[in-house]
Design a binder for this molecule. Structure first.
Ligand code: ZN
Length: 173
């Protein structure tokens, strides 16, 4: 795969018109969303977001399970001028179908120390979710409740349909 990527990059660079851009998000927006492959080149146009417009934080299941997402949202707000946050989930999320037992077995078979596995609740650790809409609401709440996020920043919650691209507002921040 590395060779394929480097070959694609060679062609890309040849055809690309270099441009200088600011690292500040032009739409003063931070988005927390899922790493789902189907969102690539899909979520941005569906939201009217172009290169340079928004800070996009992605992880499995657009979840807040540790301080990492909060850290990135805080950086977007305090260091990069974001004034609004949108948590965007999607239906049919892979994290809604995680089987912790099967996952634990797979990890063990791949050499993960059983002791390390026993020290965590694998369901929580991996960020498994029950319901995609509920997860968006929970994540919005967690970001809002963080001591590091100012009260004057609206935190919205949305969910996107992967087939037709329709966004639904779940929380108006
Ligand atoms: Zn997902």
């Amino acid at each position: 795969m590395l060779d394929e990527v480097l070959k694609a990059n060679e062609e890309f660079v040849q055809n690309f018109e270099p441009e200088k851009m600011s690292h500040m998000p032009q739409k003063k927006l931070a988005i927390v969303t899922c790493m789902d492959t189907r969102l690539t080149n899909f979520l941005e146009p569906a939201m009217g977001i172009e290169r340079g417009d928004a800070k996009i934080i992605k992880n499995a299941g657009n979840a807040v399970v540790d301080r990492d997402v909060i850290r990135s949202v805080a950086a977007a707000i305090y260091a990069l001028g974001a004034e609004e946050v949108m948590v965007v989930g999607h239906y049919e999320c892979g994290m809604a179908n995680v089987n912790p037992e099967a996952l634990g077995t797979t990890m063990k078979n791949r050499g993960v120390d059983e002791k390390a596995l026993n020290e965590v609740d694998l369901r929580d650790w991996i960020g498994a979710i029950d319901d995609e809409e509920e997860n968006v609401r929970v994540v919005v709440e967690k970001i809002k409740e963080s001591s590091f996020i100012p009260d004057d920043v609206p935190i919205h919650g949305l969910i996107i349909d992967l087939y037709d691209g329709k966004l639904k507002v779940l929380v108006e921040g």
